[in-house]
Design a protein around this ligand. Structure first.
Ligand SMILES: NC(=O)c1ccc[n+]([C@@H]2O[C@H](COP(=O)([O-])OP(=O)(O)OC[C@H]3O[C@@H](n4cnc5c(N)ncnc54)[C@H](OP(=O)(O)O)[C@@H]3O)[C@@H](O)[C@H]2O)c1
Length: 226
C-alpha cells in the first residue's frame, strides 16, 4: 500500500525537499503551505497541495475536516520561523516571541492533536518534529536568540511528552535537528544541503521504531543532548 506523508511549510527550504524526496519515492505527499497559489516549486512536483497556516487554529481544523479517515503514515512538523531580529537580552520583540511560540511550539502540538487519529490508523504511525540543536540546553553555553531557542526547547518538551501520551496508540514521536541547512532561514553559508539533511532524516525515520520514540536526533541519526 502507498505510504502517505503530511508536510507543513512544504513550499520552500527543508519542507520542499521533504516533498520532493518522498514524491520521488512514490509516497502520497500531502504538501501544506500558507499560499498554495504562490508555491511554484511545489506545484512542479505534482503533489497534493493543501492550504495550511499552522499558527491559525481554524486553518488546522479545516484541513482536519478535509482529511477525516485518511491514514497518515508520517507527519512532518517542519514549518517554523526564526523569531526576527530583536531577540537579544535588553532588545526583545515580545510580539515576535509570542508569534514564534504560536508557530514553532503550538503549531506542531495542534497538528498532532488534529491528526493523531489519522496517524494512529496508518501503518507508519510516526511524527517527526523539526526542532533545532538551538533548543538544546546542554549543548549551548552562549546567550542570545531567546525567542528561537525557547520555542525549540519547548517543542522538544512537547515532543517528549507526546511520545509518552501516544505510546499506547503505537505512535513514534521524534524531534530532529536538520543540521545548519542552506535555506532562507539557514542562509547561503550553511554547510548542509537540504538534500543531505532530508536524506539523513528520512533514513533515520525509516530505521526508528516505537523503541526510539521520544528521541532528539541529529539529521544523521545520532542522539543529541536535551
Ligand atoms: N535552515 C536551518 O539551518 C535550520 C536549522 C535548524 C532548524 N531548522 C528548522 O527547520 C525547519 C525548516 O526550516 P527552513 O530552513 O526550511 O526555513 P525556511 O526556508 O525559512 O522555510 C520555513 C517554512 O516554514 C513555513 N512557515 C512559516 N510559518 C508558517 C506558518 N505559520 N504556517 C505554515 N507554514 C509556515 C514557511 O512558509 P512561507 O513561505 O509561507 O513563509 C516556509 O515554508 C524550521 O522548523 C526551522 O526552525 C532549520
Amino acid at each position: 500500500m502507498t505510504s502517505s506523508v503530511l508536510i507543513t511549510g512544504a513550499n520552500r527550504g527543508v519542507g520542499l525537499e521533504f516533498a520532493r524526496q518522498y514524491a520521488a519515492d512514490g509516497w502520497r505527499v500531502l504538501a501544506c503551505c500558507r499560499a498554495p497559489e504562490q508555491s511554484d516549486a511545489l506545484q512542479q512536483l505534482g503533489v497534493e497541495i493543501h492550504p495550511l497556516d499552522v499558527a491559525d487554529p481554524a486553518s488546522i481544523v479545516a484541513l482536519k475536516a478535509a482529511l477525516v479517515g485518511m491514514p497518515i503514515d508520517l507527519l512532518v512538523n517542519n514549518a517554523g520561523v526564526s523569531g526576527g531580529d530583536h531577540q537579544s537580552f535588553g532588545d526583545i520583540d515580545y510580539t515576535a516571541w509570542e508569534q514564534t511560540l504560536i508557530t514553532n511550539t503550538f503549531g506542531p502540538y495542534r497538528m498532532v492533536e488534529a491528526f493523531v487519529d489519522n496517524i494512529a490508523i496508518s501503518t507508519g504511525k510516526t511524527i517527526a518534529n523539526i526542532s533545532s540543536h538551538m533548543g538544546s540546553i546542554t549543548h549551548y553555553d552562549s546567550g542570545d536568540e531567546y525567542i528561537y531557542r525557547s520555542s525549540k526547547t519547548a517543542l522538544n518538551m512537547v515532543s517528549y511528552n507526546l511520545s509518552i501520551d501516544l505510546k499506547d496508540r503505537g505512535v513514534t514521536v521524534l524531534a530532529f535537528h536538520p543540521g545548519w541547512v542552506v535555506t532562507d532561514m539557514g542562509g547561503p553559508d550553511a554547510p548542509v544541503t537540504p538534500s543531505d539533511s532530508v536524506q539523513g532524516i528520512r533514513r533515520t525515520i525509516a530505521q526508528c521504531g516505537p523503541e526510539k520514540s521520544g528521541a532528539f536526533l541529529n539529521y544523521d541519526g545520532t542522539s543529541l543532548p536535551w
